[in-house]
Ligand binder design. Structure first.
Ligand code: N01
Length: 546
């Protein structure tokens, strides 16, 4: 017999834990199913050396409990993975969440029963679950990609993935290490591994824009000052494009002289981190301003990396700034000044194969004892496509998204009643502070469930025309920018066969919050609602027919 709940939440990361807290507090029975052996989601899995958040810790944290945000002390401007995981566990303990979480419970199937208006959810471990609502808190970057490199399986050394790092860490001392991938994960791993390894070879396919984090300890006085105005700061953050306070500048760069722009870039570089994206409101839309930003970063690389040929290879030239996620580093470019680090530019010498002894490019064999893959994720849709929920008429979500990954507000999909996604494609999610954006999505879902309960509805389902209209808005917002131009995971370019669609909503958090608020205030008229009586009648008829 399946275990029965009002809601099943899939995933015990920031989003899933908050969904459990919020729905339980509203009186729903909830069970969280988590594939891994521990809670924390992305922060449980991404344990690679140097893993750290690129949104400041005082902001990348739950806002729902003032007690928690006052009680918890962050040690650094940008929190490390172990600290974030400690924080998540602290919150779970504090709100007694563990008792409703099943670990090692990878969801393998989710099927909507139209007659009963309920979801049947199966797990790898065996037990089945039955719930009125299925809430997918499966994360945007949770399915790592292992590229199809010939010979990879025959590599005689040790193979590691940043997204699935050994729990006990790895000692690279005295070893020849290679790493493929120079996105956010790679650029954080490389400086740390370089310090330990005998030799580190970095295999780079695309050079990235990398901005210094200027990470530092958080002074008690600074933290206390922030906490005195926490609520006001959270509210102000929600009024920004990305749900985070980071010195947004409203003066366009197009009308400025190069010297004026330079001054602002320099100030942003000194501030560090993602603030560099917000130097000018037209940086993502005006090609000249964007190119000025790109040129500024290239000159910084030239000024940091001593070998001119290595510096040249590290300079991104083939995509606008921001069209791939800006990387935030600590000592990345400086690492290439170390005598034990070399850069292999795969544009100059394409990677042919992995051989038992190492990596073979068109030019040479690079002998290795260990190889690290920092090769990214099947982002935003990957986890859901893997579960592949079956909605009305047995329709597969994966098949639907093979055409295009459309949703209504990133929260719901036509044809999939009572299925909610937290920070799905079509929401600002990955372009924003994920924690507070997830909270907002969960609050919206909780309010929606309350509405259904209060008004006698058994099911809610996005209307296809509303979903199409939102998909159009998402596409229009990204078309106004240069950002779809990069071959990034934002557009699915890193997954063969994935439709090229800029998935996150680029219209900014305030516009998104307005749209979510309007959808609820309009009595969910963008959704089809099934009265509980009608659902009960259908269920009776179905059981009589049997
Ligand atoms: O993945 P990525 P990531 N041969 O897709 C290369 C978040 N995050 O795990 O660009 C050779 O960015 C690929 O090359 P190319 C953050 O949102 C945040 O690093 O496709 N190379 C690229 O260099 C981030 O954006 C934090 O040409 C291959 C790399 O692998 C997102 O997660 C930290 C290849 C993949 O880069 C993903 O970051 C970490 C092949 N066959 C992650 N296949 C912070 O908060 C792929 N590559 C700081």
């Amino acid at each position: 017999m399946p275990m029965t709940f009002d809601a099943i939440v899939v995933g015990a990361g920031f989003a899933g834990l908050y969904a459990l807290y919020r729905l339980r507090a509203r009186g729903y029975t909830v069970c969280v199913l988590e594939a891994e052996a521990g809670i924390g989601g992305t922060w449980y899995r991404n344990r690679y050396p140097g893993a750290r958040c690129d949104i400041e810790s005082l902001q990348y944290s739950y806002s729902f409990s003032d007690e928690v945000q006052q009680a918890w002390t962050w040690t650094e401007r940008y929190a490390s993975q172990p600290e974030i995981l400690r924080y998540i566990r602290y919150v779970a303990d504090r709100f007694d969440l563990h008792r409703d979480i099943r670990l090692n419970a990878r969801v393998t199937a989710a099927t909507f029963d139209e007659n009963r208006c309920r979801w049947a959810i199966e797990t790898e471990a065996g037990p089945c679950y039955d719930a009125a609502f299925c809430i997918m808190a499966t994360g945007c970057l949770s399915i790592p990609i292992v590229p199809e490199i010939p010979g990879l399986a025959a590599f005689a050394g040790d193979l590691y993935r940043t997204a699935d790092w050994p729990h006990d860490g790895v000692d690279f001392s005295g070893r020849r290490v290679g790493i493929v991938g120079t996105g956010s994960s790679g650029i954080q791993t490389i400086p740390i591994v370089a310090r330990a390894a005998d030799r580190l070879t970095v295999f780079q396919r695309t050079a990235n824009y990398v901005i210094p984090a200027h990470n530092r300890p958080l002074a008690p006085a600074e933290q206390a000052e922030w906490k005195r105005n926490y609520e006001a700061r959270r509210a102000a953050a929600r009024r920004t494009r990305n749900n985070a306070l980071m010195e947004h500048n409203s003066r366009p760069g197009a009308g400025m002289t190069p010297a004026e722009r330079e001054e602002i870039f320099e100030a942003r570089w000194r501030l560090g981190g993602l603030t560099f994206s917000y130097g000018f409101p037209d940086q993502a839309t005006d090609r000249r301003v964007n190119e000025a930003a790109a040129d500024f970063v290239r000159r910084k690389i030239a000024g940091t990396v001593r070998d001119p040929e290595t510096a040249r290879k590290l300079m991104p030239r083939d995509h606008p700034v921001g069209s791939k996620r800006l990387c935030v580093d600590t000592g990345y470019f400086e690492t290439f000044n170390r005598p034990n680090v070399r850069l292999v530019d795969l544009r100059d010498e394409p990677l042919l194969a992995v051989e038992p002894e190492g990596v073979r490019t068109e030019r040479a064999l690079y002998p290795l004892d260990a190889l690290i893959l920092a090769t990214g994720f099947d982002a935003m849709t990957g986890a859901l496509r893997r579960i592949d929920p079956k909605g009305r008429g047995g329709r597969s979500l994966s098949e639907k998204w093979n055409v295009r990954p459309s949703t209504l507000l990133g929260l719901a999909v036509a044809g999939f009643p009572n299925l909610f996604i937290v920070t799905g494609p079509g929401s600002p999610s990955v372009l924003s502070n994920m924690v507070t954006s997830a909270e907002q999505n969960v609050d919206w879902i909780a309010d929606c469930l309350d509405y259904l309960r209060a008004n006698g509805f058994a099911a809610i389902e996005a209307r296809q025309e509303a979903e199409d209209a939102w998909f159009g808005e998402v596409a229009a917002a990204s078309a106004r920018t240069l950002l779809p131009e990069g071959d990034s995971w934002y557009v699915g370019a890193n997954v063969p066969g994935k439709p090229r669609v800029y998935m996150p909503y680029l219209g900014g958090v305030p516009a998104y919050l307005d749209a979510c608020g309007k959808a609820a205030a309009d009595d969910y008229c963008a959704f089809a609602l099934t009265p509980a009586d009608a659902a009960a009648g259908e269920a009776r008829a179905a059981s009589e027919a049997v």
